[in-house]
Write a protein that binds this ligand. Structure first.
Ligand code: UD1
Length: 418
């Protein structure tokens, strides 16, 4: 198992290019299953998760060719609408194949995803929505088997869910009837999926709002699709918070600045100097960090995927702050690891209360999930001395070449294989 040795403190200076969005690329890759065709996807991040997804598409029967950040997916001859436990258990997003497979084959068998590092993550919204669309659902030996010809309907989610909205959108790909989705997710990754589906002939109104009207179209073969995935707003936010905590002056290229409004606003409140270009953000920090509270929320609120990184930043702020996660109440496994670096944080249910201290000190810590790992890397780069961060396979799931990008910015981070 690989680990990172990180020596701090380091300031970050220079330029970094942001990769394509993991959370947009994964559903778009699965959407290629929905209609037989040849799809060229560009700006796909080369990550453990996108490679796992490519493997899953191959098991289902796609031909997949990857070269750097471009993937060519030929789903013409898919004949095995099933997703096995071995892959689904390593990546929840595998569950996304259910919608497009059901749409194309009127059948799909997908392993239940199970829990994750921060507790159970239900799939009841997905299941109720598929039932409303007319699917029959059976649970057998840990697998969900769905069958049936789908029909138009109105689906009202109890609250917005990125995964359930995406899954239902893909289930509608071949359905030539009206489907209304209320309380839909407005996340940029869902907007990107909608824009991709439109290229396959699906009609979608209300994109970017919480009310979507979808009408699919049955096409025998989809051709000439060439689609570029949006930049990863979570990766960009991670680099911005890293600069805020470590101090320095960095330019972040290939970003959609509109996707980062609230993060930019919070960083300005914390004392950073930020200037914005068309696809670029420049951030400067003198490490004089004001305490700033955040409460995670659905887009355009502060993303839960940047909550762990914000707690790291606040651990050396000039005072007390509160970080509340309303999306995942239990998503705080990084707190115990940050304590090992000397942070002063206590928990009150889903609220982290952080008393800022002068500086952190290197220690041996462990990654527990993708974003928790990012928060520990940021904290370790700002800390004095050496941090040994184990189980970094988590970070490889979601951040493309993170140590190379950070090294170019001046960090002292080395990968070691055990
Ligand atoms: C996606 C992202 C993940 C991000 C999360 C929230 C991907 C691959 N993953 O996860 O990085 O942290 O959005 O922005 O894009 N819920 C239910 N029942 C369901 C589905 C969801 O109760 O059937 C609840 C969840 O427990 C959570 C909330 O809805 O409280 C939002 O979850 P959801 O948006 O579905 O997250 P994911 O799509 O799994």
């Amino acid at each position: 198992m690989d680990k990172f040795l990180i020596k701090g403190p380091t300031k970050l200076n220079g330029q970094v290019d942001i990769s394509g969005s993991k959370n947009a690329a994964l559903p778009i890759m699965t959407a290629c299953l929905g209609k037989p065709g040849v799809y060229l996807l560009k700006n796909v991040p080369n990550l453990r998760d996108t490679r796992t997804m490519a493997k899953l598409l191959e098991i289902i029967g796609c031909k997949v060719k990857s070269q750097s950040n471009t993937i060519l997916i030929d789903s013409t001859e898919c004949d095995n609408p099933q997703a096995p436990y071995e892959l689904v258990k390593t990546m929840r997003a595998s569950f996304y194949v259910l919608g497009p497979l059901l749409s194309r084959f009127a059948y799909a068998k997908v392993s239940l995803p199970g829990g994750c590092a921060w507790g159970p993550r239900p799939i009841d919204y997905h299941m109720k929505a598929f039932e409303a669309l007319g699917a029959e659902i059976n649970l057998d030996s840990g697998y969900i088997e769905t069958t049936g010809k789908l029909k138009g309907t109105k689906i009202v989610f109890p609250k917005p869910s990125v995964g359930a909205t995406g899954n239902v959108l893909m289930a509608c790909m071949n359905l030539e009837e009206d489907v209304f989705i209320h309380n839909a997710s407005c996340e940029p990754e869902i907007v990107d999926l909608c824009n991709f589906l439109i290229q396959t002939g699906v009609s979608i109104n209300g994109i970017g709002t919480d009310k979507l009207h979808v009408k699919g179209v049955k096409a025998s073969h989809v051709q000439d699709i060439d689609y570029t995935i949006i930049p990863d707003r979570i990766e960009a936010g991670t680099f911005m918070i890293a600069c805020a905590m470590c101090g320095g002056d960095i330019t972040i290229n290939n970003v959609n600045v509109n996707h980062l409004d609230i993060v930019i606003d919070k960083l300005i409140q914390s004392g950073c100097d930020i200037s914005i270009g068309e696809n670029q953000i420049k951030i400067k920090s003198n490490q004089n960090i004001n305490p700033v509270d955040i409460i995670t929320d659905v887009y355009p609120g502060y993303p839960t995927d940047l909550q762990a990184q914000w707690i790291a930043l606040m651990s050396t702020a000039n005072g007390r702050s509160h970080v509340t996660d309303t999306i995942y109440n239990d998503r705080f496994t990084h707190v115990a690891e940050l304590l090992r670096l000397g942070a002063n944080i206590s928990m009150d249910s889903n609220i982290a209360i952080i008393n800022g201290i002068d500086s952190l000190k290197g220690a041996q810590v462990m990654s527990t999930d993708i974003r928790a790992s990012a928060s520990l890397i940021i904290a370790a780069m700002s800390a004095s001395g050496e941090t040994n961060l184990s189980r970094i396979y988590h970070i490889d799931r979601g951040y493309e070449q993170i140590e190379n990008k950070l090294t170019l910015l001046g960090a002292n981070i080395v990968r070691q294989s055990e």
